[in-house]
Design a protein around this ligand. Structure first.
Ligand code: F6P
Length: 338
C-alpha cells in the first residue's frame, strides 16, 4: 500500500477542499492508497502534525470554502533565524518516518517553489496550482480564479446601481497580487469603463480625461475596476487613491469599494469544483505512475504536467497584447494609458 500526504499552502481559495477530495478519493478508491493531510501547510510537515484522511472524511467537503486541513504561508527554505536551518532536514525525516511514498502540495507560486526544493532533497512531490490570482507559471488556469471572478463580477454589477442612480464614479478594487487577471476578467464581464492592471502603466490624468469625456457625452457615471497591485501610494488602498485623485481633478462624486477577502471565501463555482477535482484526481494518478517533481497543469484545455523546476519563482502576468485587452480597447474601455 502506498501512503501519501497532502497539504494546502499559501492563501486559501475556493476549491481547495474539492482538490483534497479529488486527490484523496482517487488515491483511496482507485489505487488503494492511504492518505494523510498535513495541518496548516508546510508547518504541519515540519512539526509532524497531520490527520488521517479516510474516504468518509472526504465526503461532504466538495462545496466547502477554505481548506479542512488548514493553510499557512510557512516557507521552510527561508532562513531568518538559526532554527530555520533545521526545517528542510526535519521535513525529510518526518516524510520518511511516516513512510510516505509521495506528497501532494496544493498552492500558488511560493508553494511550487518550495515543492521544487523538496523534490531536490529527495521527496516525491507533485504540485497542484491554486490561487484566485491565476498567476501560476506553467498552467493556463488555477482553481479559485473562476470563483473570484464570479464574486468580483457580481460586485461590479451591483455597483452599477449606485453609479447610475447617483451619477457617480464607482471604483472597485479587486485582488490579484501583482497580476491583473481578476481585474481584467471581472472588468470585462461587468462592463467596466476603465480597467487598471499592474501590467499596463496608467496615468491619473488619462483616467480623469476618460471620466470627463464620458461626462461630456452625457454619461455622468463610470465604473472603474482596479487591481490591488497597480502603482499607488502604499499609505492607502489603490481604490482610495483613485477616488481621492479623481474627485480632486474632475467635478464628480467618486466612491470606492475594496472587495478584499470576500473574493477568496465561500463555496467554489462549478467550474472551480470541476477543475480542482480534475487536478486532484490527476495528481493521484501521477503518484501511482511515479511521475514526480512535476505540477499538474491545464494547457489548451488538456491536463498535463510541467516540471516543478520550470514553475518555481516565476509569475504568469497579463500581456498588454492579451486578446481580451485588445477587445476591451476596441470597445472603448480605457486602461488609463491612452
Ligand atoms: O494570493 C492570493 C491573495 O489573496 C492575493 O490576491 C493577495 O494579494 C494576497 O493573497 C493577500 O495575502 P494575505 O492572505 O497574506 O493577506
Amino acid at each position: 500500500v502506498k501512503r501519501i500526504g497532502i497539504l494546502t499552502a499559501g492563501g486559501d481559495c475556493p476549491g481547495l477542499n474539492a482538490a483534497i477530495r479529488g486527490v484523496g478519493k482517487t488515491a483511496i478508491v482507485e489505487y488503494g492508497m492511504e492518505v494523510i493531510g498535513f495541518s496548516s501547510g508546510y508547518t504541519g510537515l515540519i512539526h509532524k502534525q497531520y490527520v488521517q484522511l479516510k474516504e468518509k472524511d472526504l465526503s461532504g467537503i466538495l462545496t466547502l470554502g477554505g481548506t479542512i486541513i488548514g493553510t499557512s504561508r510557512e516557507k521552510p527554505f527561508k532562513i531568518v533565524t538559526e532554527e530555520d536551518n533545521d526545517k528542510p532536514a526535519l521535513i525529510k525525516q518526518n516524510y520518511h518516518d511516516l513512510g510516505l511514498d509521495g506528497l501532494v502540495c496544493i498552492g500558488g507560486n511560493g508553494t511550487m517553489k518550495t515543492a521544487h526544493l523538496l523534490s531536490k532533497i529527495g521527496l516525491n512531490v507533485i504540485g497542484i496550482p491554486k490561487t484566485i490570482d491565476n498567476d501560476v507559471w506553467g498552467t493556463d488556469l488555477t482553481f479559485g480564479f473562476d470563483s473570484a471572478v464570479n464574486i468580483a463580477t457580481e460586485a461590479v454589477d451591483r455597483l452599477h446601481s449606485t453609479a447610475n442612480s447617483h451619477g457617480r464614479v464607482m471604483i472597485v478594487e479587486v485582488m490579484g497580487h501583482n497580476a491583473g487577471w481578476i481585474a481584467l476578467y471581472a472588468g470585462m464581464a461587468g462592463g467596466g469603463d476603465i480597467i487598471l492592471i499592474p501590467e499596463i502603466d496608467y496615468s491619473i490624468d488619462k483616467v480623469c480625461n476618460k471620466i470627463q469625456e464620458r461626462y461630456d457625452n452625457h454619461k455622468p457615471y463610470s465604473i472603474v475596476v482596479v487591481a490591488e497591485g497597480i502603482d499607488h501610494p502604499k499609505t492607502m488602498s489603490a481604490a482610495r487613491y483613485l477616488s481621492e485623485s479623481i474627485q480632486s481633478r474632475v467635478d464628480v462624486e467618486a466612491r470606492e469599494t475594496v472587495l478584499g477577502y470576500t473574493q477568496r471565501g465561500g463555496s467554489p463555482s462549478p467550474m472551480d469544483r470541476i477543475l480542482a477535482t480534475r487536478y486532484g484526481a490527476y495528481a493521484a494518478q501521477c503518484i501511482a505512475e511515479g511521475n514526480f517533481g512535476t505540477m499538474v497543469a491545464l494547457i489548451s484545455n488538456v491536463l498535463t504536467t510541467v516540471p516543478l523546476e520550470e514553475v518555481g519563482g516565476k509569475m504568469r502576468l497579463v500581456s498588454p497584447d492579451n486578446p481580451l485587452v485588445i477587445k476591451c480597447r476596441n470597445m472603448g474601455v480605457s486602461f488609463g494609458d491612452e
